[in-house]
Design a protein around this ligand. Structure first.
Ligand SMILES: [Zn+2]
Length: 164
């Protein structure tokens, strides 16, 4: 038998958000649950549970102890991570315009160009969408195509939610 390896020792190299990762929660009374979701981080942080993960490999799988809960929370967006998302935790200076290729500019959802004047980069659209919904009420479609780089990005958004 072997001891679980340390996920924290791998720092950002540990693929916390890997879809096939199996998280196991061991409560102080010995009960075991698996999966992840709301509450997992809080319970582990409070010391009510210990969190493990099985990282499946092609030939063998390995058991890790999730001993860096901050990394875990950053990976799942529970704690804001500027490096991972490219986005500062501030009021973005964002401008939008209808994308030149949009042929239905009066549709419910339109493709827009977003220009960021605040120096942020969008590496994670979900985080940007959440921030813009809170800050400006923009309703950005996180399931639609998006891209870009530098200061200019394109994405889909509900037209009526866009403010100037
Ligand atoms: Zn910004």
């Amino acid at each position: 038998m072997q001891e679980p390896r340390s996920a924290g020792a791998m720092d950002t190299e540990f693929p916390y958000a890997l879809r096939t990762m199996c998280y196991i929660e061991v409560a102080s009374d010995g009960s075991v649950r698996w999966g992840s979701g709301a509450g997992t981080y809080k319970r582990a942080l409070a010391g009510e549970t210990r969190l493990y993960a099985v990282w499946p490999g092609e030939w063998s799988s390995h058991l890790f102890v999730i001993d860096d809960l901050d990394q875990y929370a950053r990976a799942f967006g529970i704690v804001h991570d500027e490096t991972r998302t490219g986005l500062a935790d501030h009021q973005h200076q964002a401008r939008w315009a209808v994308h030149p290729t949009e042929d239905k500019p009066n549709g419910a959802y339109i493709t827009i160009n977003v220009q960021l004047d605040c120096g942020c980069k969008i590496r994670d659209l979900k985080t940007f969408a959440t921030q813009m919904r809170q800050q400006q009420g923009w309703n950005i479609a996180t399931s639609g195509g998006w891209g870009g780089g530098g200061e200019t990005y394109y994405m889909r958004a509900r037209r009526k939610s866009l403010t100037t």
